[in-house]
Design a binder for this molecule. Structure first.
Ligand SMILES: Cc1ncc(COP(=O)(O)O)c(C=O)c1O
Length: 399
């Protein structure tokens, strides 16, 4: 199929289709478990002439499985260029170290994944890169936080774990007026639920470990770009200047596993979104539950925005019981849903964000992020929704 035709397919077809392998005619992708590739005079000449991506050289620079995964991600994100990395955090590091230098400044939402927050709040400051944290739901606060040296506006399309939804149009307009690059982590939503590049965001990050792989079995990350302000070769620049030097390529086997995951993304997410909505409604009526955060609920603060930007609302939700001890009792009593780190897989996973992923973040910062000790985060899997409700019903009866 011609590339133009492929790009114009509907989302589900773009997710599942790729061309048969040229060498074997296999409709499944072969795996190239090789760290090194043979140099003939032709390859040698191409490398010397600067055509490095068109040839295979060495596994850290890229490999055929990684390239195929990148192409599939480009198709489903609607991106012009894509780079795969060893994990979601590698994608975030490569993006930020590729975009920024000492003296630069970031404006970032208060609520992002804990390791992202810590990287911006601590590690990047060691290199002279500073961050102002704001509530991006307040567009004036974003405007006021911008400085002469602000280079990046960073937020998540559904924030982990507060479920805040950003106003893409408003935020992109504020940033682009000052040529600030907009970076959005789309991990919690997945490209099935929303494609931020279609809303003017310049760079999208995905932890492919989550919904893209979808089976809790492989780590990976994605950087996807479609930008009116970045140079067209930006992704190639960061591949060679940052990813290769930092040594964070996606392994051939993980690229193969993640490529297979993409092919079922739509059907998994469709079901996960339905189950999340059912659970959100169930928790909303439960007397032991203080609050529920799910963008699909009408009382969610950004429900109208979510309806406009991501009418499927996603497979993630958060609810709150009265304290951390009760949250532990609930999760430790679940029999069908797993009490485990990570999200986005076929098994429902639950965790206590305050004392698991966000444990290293001081209590007062957690409050700014809207993370409370009794909060329970749920990533819905493919189990029957009524069985999951029965599992939570039994667990909640104990507190
Ligand atoms: C929103 C978000 N972004 C990024 C990451 C990091 O991804 P990885 O674990 O693949 O490095 C996570 C991990 O949980 C996440 O929740």
């Amino acid at each position: 199929m011609k590339e133009e035709k492929r790009k114009n397919l509907n989302f589900d077809s773009r997710a599942v289709y790729y061309a048969p392998d040229e060498g074997s005619s296999s409709i499944g992708a072969p795996i190239f478990m090789s760290s090194s590739f043979h140099y003939g005079a032709e390859v040698y000449k191409k490398v010397v002439d600067g055509e490095r991506k068109s040839v295979n050289i060495y596994g850290r620079c890229g490999n055929p499985n990684e390239y195929q995964f990148e192409e599939q991600m480009m198709m489903i994100e609607g991106a012009d260029a894509c780079l795969a990395t060893a994990s979601g955090m590698a994608a975030i590091s490569v993006t930020l170290f590729g975009l920024l230098k000492s003296g630069d400044h970031i404006v970032c939402d208060w609520t992002t994944y804990s390791s992202t927050h810590e990287m911006l709040d601590h590690r990047l400051t060691d290199y002279g890169i500073t961050t102002t944290f704001v509530d991006t739901a307040d567009l004036d606060a974003v405007r006021n936080a911008i400085q002469e040296n602000t280079k990046v506006l960073y937020f998540e399309s559904i924030a982990n774990p507060s479920m805040k939804v950003p106003d893409f149009d408003g935020l992109v307009a504020i940033a682009h007026e000052k040529s600030i690059v907009v970076v959005c982590d789309n991990t919690f939503a997945s490209p099935y639920v929303v494609r931020p590049l279609e809303w003017g965001v310049d760079i999208v990050i995905e932890s492919a470990t989550k919904f893209i792989g979808g089976h809790n079995d492989a780590l990976g990350g994605v950087i996807a770009m479609k930008s009116s302000i970045l140079p067209a070769d930006f992704m190639e620049q960061i591949r060679w200047n940052t990813m290769v030097k930092w040594g964070s390529p996606l392994s051939p086997f993980n690229a193969w596993v993640l490529l297979r995951g993409i092919q079922t993304l739509s059907v998994r997410l469709e079901r996960q979104c339905q189950t999340a909505m059912k659970l959100a409604k169930y928790f909303s009526k439960h007397p032991k539950v203080k609050s529920v955060w799910y963008p699909g609920l009408e009382n969610h603060p950004q429900h109208a925005l979510a309806k406009k930007q991501m009418p499927k609302y996603g497979g993630m939700l958060t609810f709150e019981v009265s304290d951390g001890d009760k949250a532990l009792t609930v999760l430790d009593s679940l029999e069908l849903a797993c009490f485990a780190a990570s999200l986005g897989g076929v098994r429902t996973t639950t965790q206590i964000p305050a004392t698991m992923a966000f444990l290293d973040i001081p209590e007062e910062e957690r409050q700014e992020m809207g993370i409370y000790r009794g909060m329970i985060r749920v990533s819905t899997g493919l189990e029957d929704a009524d069985d999951l409700i029965a599992d939570f019903e039994s667990a909640l009866a104990l507190v």
